[in-house]
Unconditional design. Structure first.
Lengths: 143, 293
């Protein structure tokens, strides 16, 4: 199977730098899959999960990924995103708590800035919960 | 004259020694932080340079993309601009705060239409509100340990003001850290971004498509660019604050040591004078006894 070079960068660190042969992630218009030899493209990335298959095992590696852009050129795929975290590293209980807190604040606050911030917190918590849940089977769809 | 009293000189020396110790500790703390601040800025730079590069590429491939965040050819002067001024929470930083506050006041006096003033740092906040400026306190702006997520909050807030048309332009005044000896207050435009900010895209990968549309990608990139830019300003100001503190405290320690030298000389003299006087008194007393015989 053909592979491509996958890089996932956040401002703090380089999260992934290696070969992969298929990835699936979300854009604002829905989920897309990319394989080797894809045409050059720059696409917006929505907060959700990313599935990475590297050919070594049939199981996809799953991570929660934040907003950003994905650039595809010359069989190299680069993600520039706010945050990214392997599903296995996510503390599901904490993500749930964060979601509850943000929802509570959302209901109690009329402030516009607060609203935007809570919305971001909610979508982040949902993406993390989804990533963590994926590895144990259930799959709530949030995209 | 108190200089003749050994007890008083000793007390004074003790207090100066304590002050010098505080100054020297402040200096060490600032010195250990300044390197770290520079290091974190350098680490995030490649990411933000890339975001800027992608915007440049998008603009050169799709000049028709009209982003409200980017200034157009028909440049119009903002009618109700906003301004963010970066000062520090704590003093003891030499001329750092007074320089930036003076510069901000000069800039604002050029343009009296400022609608929205935001100030980071207690020192600047107190100084400017005392001079009658209305300050927007909607979001908290601590000056220590700038983080990317904090820069992100500021960027989001400024964008929301811009989108709701409370302001139609936004500037930032911060201290540019060129070198330890060159700390320059500067005024930069955050919104709408001057097109020349993105400069020449260099070699453009021309057959690229932007999905779902150049506009959506642009909308995603601009807040990230602003966040990176603001983060750079925060770190520059912080490094400048720490550097000013290092040299101010260095001066304080030197002055303190000089004073301690002078005082210990005065102390020794006073002690010697007291001993001499005591001896004179004893000798005079003994002589008085012998002449009585």
């Amino acid at each position: 199977m053909n592979t491509f070079l996958l890089r996932i960068m956040t401002p703090e660190k380089s999260f992934f730098d290696g070969a992969a042969n298929e990835i699936v992630f979300s854009t604002p218009e829905g989920r897309i899959g990319v394989m080797a030899g894809h045409m050059p493209m720059v696409t917006a990335v929505a907060e959700n999960t990313i599935e990475i298959r590297d050919g070594e095992s049939t199981e996809a590696k799953i991570a929660a990924i934040g907003q950003g852009v994905c650039e595809i050129f010359d069989n190299t795929i680069e993600f520039y995103v706010d945050s990214v975290e392997w599903a296995a590293d996510i503390d599901l209980a904490r993500a749930r708590e964060a979601l509850e807190r943000a929802e509570l604040r959302m209901r109690s606050s009329a402030d516009r800035m607060e609203y935007v911030r809570n919305q971001a917190a909610i979508s982040r918590a949902l993406a993390r919960m989804k990533a963590a849940n994926d590895t144990i089977g259930s799959l709530p769809d949030i995209s | 004259m108190s200089m003749n009293n050994t007890g008083e000189i000793k007390a004074r020396m003790k207090s100066i020694r304590q002050t010098t110790q505080i100054a020297s500790a402040q200096k060490l703390i600032a010195a250990s932080r300044v390197g770290k601040a520079q290091h974190t800025l350098n680490e995030t730079r490649p990411y933000h340079d890339h975001i800027r590069q992608t915007i440049a590429e998008l603009l050169s491939l799709h000049p028709e993309v009209l982003s409200p965040y980017i200034g157009s050819e028909s440049w119009r002067i903002p009618v109700k601009p906003g301004l963010l001024v970066l000062t520090s929470d704590s003093g003891l930083a030499g001329g750092y705060n007074s320089n930036i506050i003076k510069f901000a006041e000069e800039e604002m006096s050029k343009d009296m239409r400022f609608q929205h003033l935001m100030v980071q740092g207690n020192v600047g906040h107190t100084a400017l509100s005392r001079r009658g400026y209305q300050i927007d306190d909607e979001i908290e702006l601590p000056s220590n340990f700038p983080t990317l997520s904090h820069a992100g909050h500021i960027a989001k807030y400024i964008i929301s003001l811009f989108e709701s048309r409370e302001v139609d332009g936004f500037g930032i005044i911060y201290t540019d850290y060129r070198s330890a000896a060159r700390l320059i207050p500067v005024h930069e435009i955050l919104l709408p971004l001057p097109p020349e900010t993105f400069g020449d895209a260099g070699i453009v990968r021309s057959d690229v498509s932007f999905e779902p549309s150049p506009e959506v990608v642009m909308e995603m990139l601009i807040p990230k660019y602003l966040k990176g830019f603001i983060y750079g300003c925060l770190v520059h100001s912080w490094a400048a604050e720490l550097t000013s503190r290092i040299s101010a405290m260095d001066g304080a320690v030197r002055n303190g040591n000089e004073m301690l030298d002078k005082l210990s000389l005065a102390y020794n003299r006073a002690r010697q004078a007291a001993i001499t006087q005591e001896i004179t008194e004893i000798v005079a007393g003994a002589q008085a006894l012998t002449t009585d015989d």
